[in-house]
Unconditional design. Structure first.
Length: 415
């Protein structure tokens, strides 16, 4: 099969060194997946905003060379109807190191359960990074949303998202039930004749590499604390293992010392602590300022990151990234919203702020700062899309394109 990807002639590949440092050329090739549904609206707006941001910061010296790769419905059109995630796309995302994607629909029927999960597993993108912070002017259900300022490190490849489960009455379930009988725990299965079974996978290696990245991030950003969020009081060997292995890592690799409160403290004052998941969901409402960096398992992280996003305006303004030791894919954290696709009313903020994370990852800090300033100024001026404007009295809603134009205008003015 001939290649469907058109490589930009002027672009250069990003390189990664033996110590995992990035070598970013002035004209890096950045693959992008437009995405399904509202991807057709928000992706061009994101690219226009980023292009103007980079030009404002560096003139003609630096420029992103965008390269489209395909996944989701568009891949079925470009390749064939059964190809949702082509090998060519996987190889390009790995080769070019840094990429960005819009939302992807879940294929109907068998095969791939989730394209997002498939990408994470195929590329070992074990960190789901979700920064949560509040922009003044954005409507929020909280009285003091500005107190919510956290960075979530969600383990991305294990837990129940490993996808190991079987349908009720299947051959596999019957075999597993026989094993549970041999282990003398079959009585814990209340309705064995009609139960489905799944396996929760949590490893020491998978937990510690995630927690290590969270602690390293906290150190480099002068954070006050890292909170290990788990449900170890019930799942003692999986989620309890996550907590145990996290403290072992802090003690062994970061010379943390246990204090009288049961927390571990590094020499720079960074506190490593833990919190039961359900208690943490109360904490983020009652005392969000007590938590800076959060490390947690896959399912907990899914719940927590969306709950926190709601506190600062919703997932429409929440950025994210999936990262391995070598590859980083930045993404919109919301769904495809097919009912409004093509209507030019979707909020592109999640994808634009994910691109802001991408600029920081590339160490194009001047551009990142310009974009952040423009974003802050645009929202303070109540220049918003309908999802936010509808919650504010006498606030006129901007279209997707007009919101991008407003950001670009504030970039040009200087923020």
């Amino acid at each position: 099969m001939s290649s469907k990807i058109k490589i930009p002639k002027k672009g250069e590949e990003i390189r990664i060194g033996s110590n995992l440092d990035l070598d970013i050329p002035n004209h890096p090739i950045i693959p992008f997946i437009s995405g399904d549904g509202i991807g057709i609206d928000i992706t061009p707006s994101m690219q226009a905003v980023i292009d103007h941001t980079v030009k404002k910061a560096y003139g003609e010296t630096k420029k992103i060379e965008w390269m489209e790769v395909f996944a989701g419905h568009k891949a079925t059109e470009v390749y064939n109807k059964n190809t949702w995630l082509p090998d060519e796309t996987i190889n390009a995302l790995k080769k070019y190191i840094i990429s960005i994607k819009g939302p992807l629909a879940t294929p109907v029927g068998g095969g791939i359960r989730s394209l997002n999960v498939a990408l994470r597993q195929k590329l070992d993108l074990y960190v789901c990074l979700r920064p949560i912070n509040y922009f003044s002017g954005v409507p929020s259900p909280l009285k003091n949303p500005e107190k919510t300022n956290m960075v979530i490190f969600r383990e991305n490849t294990e837990d129940i998202y490993a996808g190991i489960e079987w349908e009720a009455k299947s051959k596999e379930v019957n075999q597993l039930l026989s094993k549970l009988d041999q282990f003398d725990v079959i009585d814990k299965v209340r309705f064995p004749d009609s139960c489905a079974l799944g396996i929760k996978v949590v490893s020491k290696e998978g937990s510690q590499r995630l927690i290590r990245r969270a602690i390293e991030y906290a150190i480099s950003h002068n954070s006050k604390s890292v909170t290990l969020v788990h449900k170890g009081n019930i799942m003692k060997y999986t989620e309890g293992g996550f907590k145990k292995w996290g403290y072992e890592l802090a003690e062994k690799e970061f010379s943390a010392i246990k204090n009288n409160s049961g927390e571990y403290v590094l020499s720079n004052g960074l506190v490593i602590k833990d919190c039961i998941a359900d208690a943490f969901l109360q904490e983020i409402l009652l005392k969000p300022e007590d938590h800076d960096v959060v490390a947690t398992l896959n399912l907990n992280g899914d719940y927590i990151s969306d709950a926190l996003a709601a506190q600062v305006g919703g997932i429409g303004i929440s950025p994210g990234a999936n990262i391995s030791d070598s590859t980083a894919i930045f993404e919109a954290t919301h769904g495809t919203a097919p009912t409004i696709a093509g209507k030019n009313i979707a909020n592109p903020s999640s994808l634009i702020l994910s691109a802001h994370m991408m600029l920081e990852h590339m160490n194009w800090i001047e551009a990142a700062n310009i974009l952040h300033g423009s974003f802050r100024k645009t929202l303070e001026k109540r220049q918003m899309t309908a999802d936010f404007a509808s919650q504010i009295k006498d606030c006129k809603a901007l279209s997707t394109k007009d919101f991008a134009i407003a950001l670009i205008a504030n970039i040009k003015k200087g923020s």
